[in-house]
Each structure stands twice: as C-alpha cells, then as structure tokens.
Write a protein that binds this ligand. Sequence first.
Ligand SMILES: [Zn+2]
Length: 403
Amino acid sequence: MQYCTRCVYPSISAVPLGFDENGVCTGCRAHDQKKTIDWAERAEWIKEIADEYRVTDGSNYDCIIPVSGGKDSWYQTWYAKEVLGLNPLLVTYNSNNYLQVGLRNLKRMREVFGVDHHFFTPSPQTLIKLNRLCFKKMGDMNWHAHCGIFTYPVQVAVKYRIPLIIWGEHGYTDLGGMFSMNDLIEMTAKFRLEHAQRGYDWFDMLDREEGEEEGLQARDLLWARYPSDDELEEIEVRGIYLGNFVNWDGNEQTELMKKFGFEESPVPFDRTYRRVSNLDDMHENGIHDYLKFVKFGYGRASDHACKDIRSGKMTREEGVEMVRKYDHVKPRDLLRWLQYVGMSEAEFDAIADTFRDSRVWQKNSSGEWTKENIWGTPSAYPVPSLTESNIEWSEFQKQAVPQ
Ligand SMILES: [Zn+2]
C-alpha cells in the first residue's frame, strides 16, 4: 500500500490512480496542470459552444443541466444562465433520500435563477429493490442513483430534442487524473456504463443470479435505459463538462453560491467534516461511503481532504487528521437504510465483509479486520453494532425528509 506524498490518496483506490517517481498521484498532477491553463481562453471556448447551441427563435431550451440542488448544480445553473445567457432546462433524478436542507436548496435554486425544472422519481418499490439488490451484487446500494443521474437527463435530451447537456466537473479527472485537462473530455455511454455504473446496466437487474431475485421487470426500469446510438445521433446529443472551461474551485464556488442563498447542512455529518456536499442523498455521505471504507479502506473525508490540500485550504498533516477522525466511522443513516430495505445489521455486516479488498484488509488473531494507515502504524477496525449501542438516532432523523 502506497499513499500519495502530497495528498492523502491510497494506491488501492476507487478511482483509477497512478504515482510518479516522487510518489505524487495523478490526481495531484492533474491539479497542477490547471495552473498552466489559460482560463480566459477557455471561457471564450465555452461561449462559442453556447452560441452554437443557442435557440434564437425561442422554440426550445438551449441546454439541459442535470442537477441535484447541490453547490455544483447551483454553480452550473448560475454559469449557464448568468454568464452564458442560456435558457436551460434543469433535470433531477431523485433517489428518494433527500435531506431537508437538500430539498430546500433545490427549490430555492430554481426560484433564485428563474429556471424551468423537471423532477423525476422512480417508484419507491423499485428503488427499495434496487438498493437491496445492488448492495448484494456489487456492494453499492446507490447504483440506481449513479445510473439515474447519468441516464435520465440524456433521455430527456432526446425526448425534448435538446442536444447540449452541461455537466459539472469530471470527477475522475479531478480526483484521480484519469484524463488530462487538455483532453477536453466529454460525457460518453462508455463512461456511464464502465465507471458510473460499475459495468452493470439495467438488464442486469432482472432476476439473473440465484439469491438475488427481486422480481424487477423491464417496465420498472424504463428510466434506466440509455438512448440508442440512432436516437443520440439523430439530434447529435453532446455532454460537455463545465470543469474543462472554468478553473473549478469547489470552496470558492460554494462561497459565491451562499451569497445567492445556498445553505450548508445545519448539522455535521458522521463521516466527513464538510457540510456542503451531497445534501441531496443522506446515504452518499453515510452508508454508501462507509462501504468504500469497507472495500478500499478509505472514505469521503479522504476525498475532501485531497481536494482541500490541493487547493491550499488544508495542510497534508491536517488532512491526515481528518482521515484518522472520519474514514472508519459507521454512520447513523445505516439504521434508516436497514429499515428502508428490511435488512438486519448483522446481515448487512456479513454481506459488506464479502467486498473487502484483500490487498487492503487482513484479519488478526482476534478475528478483527486490520489495515495499514497513512500515519504509519497498522490498526484493527472492529465493526461496531449500531443497533446494540445507544446512539443519537433521533437527532439524525430530524434532518431527513419524512419518507
Ligand atoms: Zn495526490
């Protein structure tokens, strides 16, 4: 196991990552590259793209912006509307897990910027089945959200005949340096399937594996079908990333959006120190992220620390402290999720254990899971039981939207 000498990323990571001769990761190198880019020139490039797609006779929207109502959504909408002068249609895939503050932000965003908004929710029964099935199949209960976010807005683009989709940052380039900032990468069906959806498509959710029968049928997953090549080519759908054209700084952008009314979480999260990310889905910062720790031995506090170290907001030592404090925490939203899907915590722990990466995790003589740590000494991580402990569950529940 190797850790980046500049940020806190481990070599066994959920994002593809490499290290140079100085032990610096490709994510840090991609960040360095941003300092050499002529951003004024790139701002001109996106203006040219906007002009190409602008509908001058008022007969349709100029573009689609996939939004969750988070800080990035606010920034994308502000940029498209106020900087580029576009008339966007916002599209939301709702994963049924909003925090109250997240829904407030979503509603306020369309009021502040005066934009039309299309809000789509699959049936809760289907979502419950997909949560349970995908947890067992790939150790990720939120597969449906990754699929919905990268599929449904593209369906809307085809149906409404709006070719331009403006995404936010390319997360894999930002975090792990998967592509060069000079590649000007655009959204593809390949990215959707192989990365966002872990190689699984909607038809893999029909009863295929023994012990995973949920009775899902094709008609339950209409929203999860990516348009065909013919449909995409007919109107020449194109998905660009705003992160290729502006010098993306999540912290600065959040401060700007707060001036327009964006609200951070009023209470801290269990697994990270940031209060401004993933407010649309209580399990993204919680149990979904805990599963990353179970698999790879790190979590969102590492992701956030990497971003903050690279942008100069935090030292590496402070980042390591965040990793030590947050990455291993079993979050309280697990209790809501277990109720939601009808599973016991013991069953959850047993299934989660089958996804532990053997390059990261070993069992000690007491039967506890152990792993290397960024601060040098390995340690054991016994798995606590939330249902047997006296946790502050009621305080957490108040933050969630009543289901
Ligand atoms: Zn790094």
